[in-house]
Design a protein around this ligand. Structure first.
Ligand code: ATP
Ligand code: MG
Length: 414
């Protein structure tokens, strides 16, 4: 028996008052996007502050775990429940459905059942404590919620003698019964990622390198409902195709959560060489970083973004001291979001493992910063001195920036 409906619970969007409808639409759109890659035919519906996914057709070949895994990447969802949906019926029927649901979900065999595929799973099982929680939204229903709780509870005890026990304080499992236009029965609530649906809080431009930090930074901002585009700077022939492919792969991983991303790949070689030739080497990284900001901002404006995102964290490297961040920040006129600013490296690594970008990030391909790096970079740069060094680029830099922007390749990641 297969349960063909998923009930999706959402959190914060519920508090958005008048915007609620808009938020629900954005969430439903993200749910559809996430399910595009999953085998099966799905229908996403909004009903009374709820979002449901129904599996269409009679085909039972869809994989519930795959559906759940895809939905676990939809920001805004706090819980995903596979539910048994049935027409409103008498309480005995509801109890019978609850027994079917529990036996399938927890691998229990009801007393008197001849055989069950769940038999093995239930072998040696401890007593499972439970509590029934009924919600009667349909006030026409002849029994109140407490009466339904009691009846379903009794029937479950009778069906699983010695295997289930009521515990209203700390039950192992909850059995939820909702009586609405239809009856919904569910128990397991798989946690969603939380956050807000992408598309409800504008758009921002992520400076995406091949490292561990920037994909995590993008994920964090997308989690707050912000759609993303990204800019990557590479320096052929000093950096390889493989290094670029790694960034494309990272963008794909982030897009699983954030939805489609435009990835602008900028050839940064001539700008880096010019800086290398003309500016003090201990200031290379800072000056380079400042031009990255300026270029990314141009793409941000084109893409309709209102801010930049970086993976910087205070003190992580020379270019991320407070003084360095002041210099970098000055180059951008848009706000720069740095969600990892107070994170330790280990916290960032833990997050990248959780979201699945770590293994790609640690692939050993050089990036443009590691090639043109000074042995002893300044750790306390002064903005006035940096700006004076940049004067040396005056006659060529504008043309180089323009060329880099014009010739950038834009890859659509979906
Ligand atoms: P990451 O793991 O994100 O590469 P990092 O610790 O290597 O970070 P830096 O190399 O100092 O840090 O870069 C700081 C931030 O600048 C990055 O998080 C990223 O947002 C941006 N950045 C650095 N290099 C590039 C690049 N080649 N293309 C695009 N953005 C970059
Ligand atoms: Mg880096």
């Amino acid at each position: 028996m297969v349960f063909r409906t998923f009930l999706l619970k959402y959190g914060e969007i519920g508090i958005k008052g008048k915007n609620r409808g808009q938020f629900e639409d954005a969430l439903a759109a993200q749910v559809r996007h996430a399910l595009e890659k999953v085998e099966g035919d799905f229908e996403v519906t909004k009903e009374q502050g709820r979002i449901y996914v129904n599996v269409l057709g009679e085909d039972d070949s869809f994989d519930a775990d795959e559906v759940t895994a895809a939905l676990q990447k939809v920001f805004g969802l706090v819980g995903i429940c596979q539910v048994l949906k049935a027409p409103v019926a008498d309480p005995e029927q509801i109890a019978e459905d609850a027994i079917r649901y529990i036996s399938k979900t927890y691998g229990l065999t009801p007393a008197g059942a001849e055989e069950s595929t769940a038999m093995e799973a239930s072998a040696g099982q401890e007593v499972l404590t439970f509590k029934v929680h009924t919600r009667r939204a349909n006030k026409q229903y002849p029994m109140n919620s407490m009466e339904v709780d009691a009846l379903v509870g009794e029937q479950l005890l009778a069906a699983y003698p010695g295997k289930m026990k009521v515990d209203v304080h700390q039950p192992d499992i909850m059995v939820y019964i909702e009586i609405r236009e239809e009856v919904f029965i569910y128990s397991k609530i798989v946690p969603g990622p939380g956050g807000m649906p992408v598309g409800t809080n504008g758009r921002a431009q992520l400076l995406l390198s091949g490292g561990i930090d920037s994909p995590v930074a993008g994920w964090m901002i997308a989690k707050r409902g912000v759609a993303l585009d990204a800019t990557y700077f590479h320096a052929p022939p000093y950096t390889s195709e493989r290094a670029k492919q790694k960034v494309v792969d990272l963008a794909k991983l982030v897009a699983q959560y954030a939805g489609p991303i435009r990835l602008h790949v900028v050839n940064f070689t001539d700008i880096q060489l010019a800086i290398y030739d003309r500016c003090p080497h201990d200031e290379l990284t800072i000056i380079m970083r400042r031009y990255m900001m300026k270029i990314a901002e141009q793409f941000a404006a084109k893409d309709g973004s209102m801010g930049l995102i970086t993976g910087e964290s205070i003190g992580q490297v020379a270019s991320q001291t407070i003084q360095s961040l002041v210099c970098t920040d000055d180059a951008a006129s848009m706000p720069v979001f740095r969600p990892l600013i107070g994170f330790d490296k280990q916290d960032i690594i833990d997050l990248s493992l959780k979201i699945g970008t770590y293994d790609t990030s640690i692939q050993p391909f050089e990036d443009c910063c590691t090639i043109f790096v000074a042995k002893h970079p300044v750790t306390k740069p002064r903005l006035d001195i940096i700006k004076r060094s940049e004067e040396k680029l005056k006659d060529i830099i504008e043309a180089l920036v323009e060329k880099a922007v014009e010739e950038a390749e834009t890859i659509r990641i979906s």
